[in-house]
Design a protein around this ligand. Structure first.
Ligand code: ARG
Length: 279
């Protein structure tokens, strides 16, 4: 008898060169708690965070991607999480408006980088939204999270500004407070996600839109395995997300494990540290 599970060959995946914006964790710290991962009583090893972050940056460069760096600002301890500062599509910058006052100045700091980079199609958001933390871009539409940070009204605002359909999803588990902690885009039309992070209706929407999606285990989701960055073929993924890594490999992707455990103390992983610039 032929075992189809083992003889099936995985499809060939194609990488495309990406442009990313990152911010070195020079001032990284945990001094307030705005998500359940953060405990200000636990000291942070900034040297270790910096080494882990540098490994991530070098992994992107090693894959041939362009990595730009934003200037870290003293006192903005979460500024390393560049994904939250905007959503950039078709050279249009939908700027963040942070939920918590502690992070609000980050939006201003990043705005000057966009201007210097020639991205002048800017919109200062009227509604609270945390950029790519809560928006995921696919070919035909954009997925948007709400429940903890981004307001649902921001989904409509982004759709109107970007001219791309936006599909709203409801996050229900505080551990998965941003969409990018519960879901990541593998390629133009497929993704990986953790269903229990979503409301029943949103789960049904995801199942309908993505019947081929990779489904992560709770352990891998808690290892921030879904806070991954894919270029269509190579997937930079938390090293501790072992089952997800095996699933990726079995589906023709090339997992690139990175350990960002020191940054995880603020509730962020690889994707949080990475904003994609789509020109
Ligand atoms: N401490 C930050 C916050 O709670 C972490 C942000 C992580 N970024 C992300 N894209 N999930 O806002």
């Amino acid at each position: 008898m032929i075992d189809t599970a083992t003889t099936r060959t995985a499809p060939v995946r194609t990488a495309t060169r990406r442009e990313y914006l990152m911010c070195p964790p020079d001032h990284f710290d945990v001094v307030y708690a705005i998500n359940p991962w953060m405990d200000p009583a636990m000291p942070v090893d900034r040297g270790r965070a910096t080494r882990q972050w540098a490994e991530l940056r070098d992994a992107y460069r090693g894959l041939g991607h362009v990595v730009h760096l934003a200037e870290p600002v003293p006192g903005l301890v979460d500024m390393v999480f560049a994904a939250n500062c905007a959503l950039v599509v078709d050279s249009l910058v939908y700027g963040a408006r942070f939920r918590h006052p502690e992070r609000a100045p980050e939006a201003v700091a990043y705005r000057s980088w966009f201007a210097a980079a020639g991205l002048t199609g800017n919109r200062d958001a009227e509604y609270v939204n945390e950029g790519e933390g809560d928006f995921a871009v696919l070919r035909d539409f954009v997925l948007a999270g709400t429940g903890f940070r981004t307001e649902p009204e921001a989904h409509g605002e982004a759709q109107e500004f970007l001219g791309r359909p936006v599909v709203s999803l409801h996050l229900t588990d505080p551990r998965f407070y941003h969409l990018d902690t519960a879901l990541f885009v593998l390629d133009e039309e497929n993704l990986a996600y953790y269903p229990p992070a979503f409301s029943p209706g949103s789960r049904a929407v995801l199942a309908r839109l993505f019947p081929e999606a990779l489904i992560a285990t709770r352990a891998d989701a808690l290892a921030l395995g879904l806070n991954s960055v894919s270029d269509g073929a190579n997937v930079v993924v938390a090293a501790a997300a072992t089952e997800l890594i095996a699933q990726l490999a079995a589906n023709g992707y090339r997992p690139i494990p990175v350990d960002l455990c020191e940054l995880a103390r603020a509730g962020g992983g690889a994707k949080c540290c990475t904003l994609e610039i789509r020109r």
